[in-house]
Unconditional design. Structure first.
Length: 184
């Protein structure tokens, strides 16, 4: 699901092209770390927000410009062609203002994008909201990236299935790097 979210957002909605500047919020998270790799595989210059402790991982995934959201304003990334917003709320409006006219803001938080149609019109950008759908062709594209080593899943922790409630608590902290895996 995380891979489909990243793929459908960046390839399907944003239609990333080589050389574009792409900002990925939560770039070390479950969807974000996959989005970074997909954007790099498509030839983009990737900027990613994450805490400083995760910057080595981001560089290893292909991020060209990591930004520590705790100490720097991500507006330093300006201008960008695409923002993949995995946060919503106040980040949506701030992110929209970084996008070049004709660019796109892709929001993965449909309940609170943080932007209004009026703002999008004034800025001259496109706004797309991610609604993930099952897709065998998209999964085949992701599998091809995995097969060539251009897409890997970073596993933060492996927990027994009996600890699923604990896994939900860990995810709720927002501090997971990559994915949690539950095993029988």
């Amino acid at each position: 699901m995380a891979g489909l979210t990243a793929w459908q957002s960046l390839v399907g909605l944003a239609r990333i092209q080589p050389g574009q500047r792409v900002l990925v919020h939560r770039a070390a998270g479950g969807v974000g770390h996959l989005a970074v790799q997909i954007a790099k595989a498509r030839g983009a210059h990737v900027i990613g927000t994450a805490s400083a402790a995760k910057h080595d991982l981001l560089r290893g995934l292909g991020v060209d410009q990591p930004i520590d959201y705790r100490t720097r304003d991500f507006a330093e990334a300006r201008p960008v062609d695409v923002v993949f917003d995995l946060l919503g709320g106040e980040y949506g409006e701030r992110s929209a203002r970084l996008v070049t006219p004709g660019g796109v803001l892709v929001s993965a938080c449909p309940q609170d994008t943080g932007v209004t149609p009026d703002l999008i019109t004034r800025l001259g950008i496109r706004h797309a909201i991610t609604i993930v759908s099952p897709s065998a062709p998209d999964l085949a594209q992701l599998s091809a990236l995995v097969a060539t080593g251009r897409l890997t899943v970073h596993v933060d922790q492996v927990l027994p299935l009996a600890e699923a409630a604990k896994a939900h608590e860990i995810v709720a902290t927002g501090a997971v790097t990559g994915k949690l895996v539950l095993v029988p």
